[in-house]
Design a binder for this molecule. Sequence first.
Ligand SMILES: Cc1ncc(C[n+]2csc(CCOP(=O)(O)OP(=O)(O)O)c2C)c(N)n1
Ligand SMILES: [Mg+2]
Length: 374
Amino acid sequence: MPKKTVYQASIEYVSILDENAEFDESLGKGLIADEVVVDSYERMAVCRHLDEVAFKLQRSGRMGTYPQNKGQEAAAVGTALSLRPGRDWVVPCYRENAALFMMGLPMHYILLYWMGDERGSQIPENVKMTPLSVPIGTHMLHAAGIGYAEKIRKTDNVVATYFGDGATSEGDFHEAMNFASVLQTPTIFVNQNNSWAISVPRSKQMHSETVAQKALAYGMPTIRCDGNDIFAVKYCMDEAVKRARSGGGPSFIECVTYRLGDHTTADDARRYRDPKEVEAWLARDPLIRTRKYLEARKLWDDDKETTLKERAKKIVKEVVATAEGIDKPDVASIFDAMYANIPEEVRLQRDTMRTSSLGKYPEQVGLKGTTQRV
Ligand SMILES: Cc1ncc(C[n+]2csc(CCOP(=O)(O)OP(=O)(O)O)c2C)c(N)n1
Ligand SMILES: [Mg+2]
């Protein structure tokens, strides 16, 4: 039998507001209302300021560690614009703060989380979101599962999960993609391809030309877009959300972006990145081009920028005060969230932890009836 082609595919790339702030009317007209573009720009600016302040909090010993979102705000905002807060889900990683705030997460939760306070992970009832996931890739399985639950319940709620380029090398990513596609769950895989996984460049992370093409193997509709362009991101997300809501199953969106800051405050990217690369991406900053778009349409000017800067300072100051003003947690509360009924040996750990004299008197109450030595 002669050879024949049994499968062929291509990947589309979407750009609407390009890095020179040129706007493609054919795709972008009416996509985001003027007032929503203004609001999106303001949200990105507030997040940028939160990033700067969080960085300083870490440097001055007031926060454990922090991963800056700087440069990636458009991917977060552009995707969240298509979601319904309180109904659709977000299953985040750690570099999409703006999306989480748009879905209703109070801003101080992010600071609490990175300050090491468990209450930063206790998501309010009305916010459809799982806690941040620092373990790379594990959360995407939850997104497939939550999507499956929504499907069984016959709702039209969708789930957006965020992850980096590095995460797509994890087994969990492939399992999640497989489950979501086989079960046709309403899950949208939002990849933030920022070119780096800590110090590992994308070229050493994968041999595929795009991240988007990985979805082809799972029979999942997939697209690549300019991740620093809120219009392109929203365009792709609208399509994916429409598909998911109408029972069309999962989608994949690769947002090409760049991490302008260090990986986290524990990193110094100057040790492995070419400053010329960073410079080139600074010129593609999503805030700069969104501002240019607004200015060209007389929707923004220097006075508005000054007012916004002041407002951002005020908001972030209040957020820091809220996070730092919260009562210190009871140390034993670290045992509270894991079990509905605390197992005996864990109860023992909790109770003995409270007992400073334990080493001296192992026969005391907490250890009665056990052979365990602590
Ligand atoms: C399972 C797991 N392995 C390794 C790490 C250490 N780690 C933290 S972030 C990171 C890189 C992630 O890169 P990417 O997915 O591209 O996300 P980015 O940080 O660039 O947004 C690694 C390897 C981890 N947190 N979890
Ligand atoms: Mg990355």
